[in-house]
Write a protein that binds this ligand. Structure first.
Ligand SMILES: Nc1ncnc2c1ncn2[C@@H]1O[C@H](COP(=O)(O)OP(=O)(O)OP(=O)(O)O)[C@@H](O)[C@H]1O
Ligand SMILES: [Mg+2]
Length: 224
């Protein structure tokens, strides 16, 4: 079963200007439900751009994105935001965490955005953090955590709204091999427990090997 689909998608930045970039040139792919799909390929090949389209964070210049057979281009911005909040979790660079807030406060943020009372959001955040082995760091500020601990905070935050789809961009960029394996194992167990679908972009061979399905990108296209 297909959860998300890109159909002949183009993304052209700065269209018509001298520094125009065709970041995606007619990409089509299916994201199968319950599986981990990885995007590999050199820097600048379009991985992050494709993730942002599938995550409904930006609009394709041409072509279409479907989430559960709903066509992106006909959805209103309000509805897209609702889908993004309720169905999709994001792990982008860990710098997006708020260093002066505690781990619980950081994880609770996307839940507060869905108009959940603070006490409910924070207790859910605590639950997620404990699942990820962070029970001793609940009231630490993110600035006081190691790279691997921050990564786990990012995962907990991405999972707070029980998403169907988890989108991760370079999830192993700030951590060593051992922690990468640990994070991948965590993701796999969350996939089993929560019927989660994962799409990940990475340069890391460990991440690419771990995935169930792998696509390599080059120059805005999927080549294999
Ligand atoms: N907001 C933007 N405005 C203009 N050009 C952009 C923008 N975002 C990305 N690009 C360009 O689009 C191309 C694809 O970028 P993208 O970030 O998708 O690559 P990537 O495969 O994720 O690379 P990396 O492995 O370095 O993260 C690059 O040439 C980049 O310079
Ligand atoms: Mg990128």
């Amino acid at each position: 079963m297909v959860l998300a689909r890109a159909e002949n998608v183009w993304k052209i930045y700065n269209s018509g200007e001298p520094h125009e970039v065709s970041a995606l040139r007619g990409v089509s792919l299916n994201i199968e439900r319950g599986r981990a799909t990885a995007l590999g390929g050199p820097s600048g090949s379009g991985k992050t751009t494709l993730l942002s389209l599938i995550g409904l964070l930006s609009k394709p210049t041409k072509g279409n994105i479907f989430i559960e057979d709903q066509e992106y281009s006909i959805l209103s911005e309000v509805y897209r935001t609702k889908i993004r909040r309720e169905k999709i979790g994001f792990i982008f660079q860990s710098e997006y965490l708020m260093p002066q807030l505690t781990t619980i406060e950081n994880v609770a943020l996307p839940k507060l955005a869905t108009d959940t009372p603070r006490s409910v959001a924070e207790s859910k955040a605590k639950e997620r953090l404990i699942e990820l082995g962070m029970e001793k760091r609940l009231n630490f500020r993110v600035a006081e955590l190691s790279g691997g601990e921050r990564q786990r905070v990012s995962i907990a935050r991405a999972m707070i709204n029980d998403p169907d789809l988890l989108i991760a961009d370079e999830p192993s960029s700030s951590i060593d091999q051992e922690l990468t394996l640990e994070v991948l194992e965590l993701l796999r167990s969350m996939m089993k427990q929560n019927a989660l679908t994962v799409i990940v972009a990475s340069h890391d061979p460990l991440v690419l090997e771990w995935a169930d399905v792998k696509y390599m990108m080059e120059d805005g296209s999927i080549i294999t």
